[in-house]
Write a protein that binds this ligand. Structure first.
Ligand code: ATP
Length: 294
């Protein structure tokens, strides 16, 4: 079983932004969701784990490898799909994977060919192996991104915001691929999309402003909000009035009207019905400044 231990990680950029503020996390094999709004510090944390930047303080160990003192050793067991995976425009899927396998030190041609064929099958792109990666759809590019991250038998795979811009079918295929991979290794999925975490992750953390606001299972965090979420469908032009009077955590459109969610210990006023909390309520509750009204 793989184990990643992160303790007391801190990073302040030169411009004074404190992107990581004393982050500690223990992560085991399986799919781990790191959920947070834009600017929360997710990419900073992912890049630090991937040894692409150094923290000011703290430590990271993966199965006993000290990432800060032995970055080379960590990179050998790491697969990384960054937020922007720059693909080489003119080359085919097969050539791209072969090229990256060379870079990762797989020098025997036959071994490389077998590995590349295996990975192309695994991500369901074998039929397209001769096609230019440039011509691929967003989902196909992300699948090639995962295939390259799998080269070298990694123990830790980091995927940063992987489903942005994918259509529902592509997103579904990508989810299935990740779930398959996560059976034996740690996969960290960094995302601002609540449904990615809901559908895939057995363990999760919510990050905001450089800090971990919650770490645990989705079930546990949902039970924290049991009985506290109240819903009402209101006219769009009255939402501001509700916001002034209540702790409105979300405001979504449904058939041209606004469906608002309020956190409260009891019914805030007539017309509100108590609803089962979902992960999106948790996300808003943990990342908005005000939490629960008395
Ligand atoms: N190299 C950098 N120099 C200065 N500030 C940075 C740098 N990288 C990130 N930041 C700032 O640090 C904060 C955290 O950014 P980060 O990219 O880690 O967040 P994120 O949760 O991944 O958000 P996003 O989804 O928008 O990428 C932001 O305020 C960002 O502007």
């Amino acid at each position: 079983m793989a184990r990643l231990s992160i303790s007391n990680l801190t990073k302040t950029y030169d411009n004074g932004v404190k992107a990581l503020n004393n982050i500690s996390l223990e992560i085991e094999s399986g799919m781990f969701g790191l959920l947070g709004p834009n600017g929360a510090g997710k990419s900073s944390l992912m890049r630090t784990i991937a040894t692409l930047q150094t923290p000011d303080q703290g430590s990271i160990t993966l199965n006993g490898i000290d990432a800060l003192n032995e970055p080379e050793a960590l990179r050998r067991v790491l697969g990384y799909l960054p937020q922007e995976f720059g693909v080489y425009p003119k080359i085919s899927a097969e050539e791209l994977l072969d090229h990256i396998a060379v870079l990762k030190g797989i020098s025997k041609t036959k071994e490389r060919k077998e590995l590349v064929d295996y990975l192309l099958q695994k991500v369901n792109l074998y039929e397209k192996r001769k096609k230019a990666v440039k011509s691929f759809s967003g989902g196909m590019k992300q699948r090639i991104g995962i295939a390259q991250a799998l080269i070298g038998d990694p123990k830790l795979i980091i995927v940063d915001e992987p489903t942005a811009g994918l259509d529902p079918g592509e997103r579904n295929r990508f989810h299935n691929l990740l779930a398959d991979v996560a059976e034996s290794v740690i996969v960290i999925l960094s995302t601002h999309i609540v449904d990615d975490v809901k559908e895939l992750c057995s363990d999760m953390a919510i990050m905001n402003k450089g800090e971990i606001m919650y770490k645990g299972t989705p079930q546990n965090v949902l039970s924290e909000l049991d009985g506290l979420v109240w819903e009402k469908t209101v006219a769009r032009n009255t939402v501001e009035t509700y916001q002034a009077q209540h702790k409105v955590i979300s405001n979504k459109m449904n058939s041209g009207k606004s469906v608002i969610h309020v956190l409260h210990h009891e019914q805030p006023e007539e017309g509100f019905v108590n609803v089962k909390p979902d992960l999106e309520d948790v996300f808003f509750a943990k990342t908005s400044a005000s939490i629960i009204a008395d």
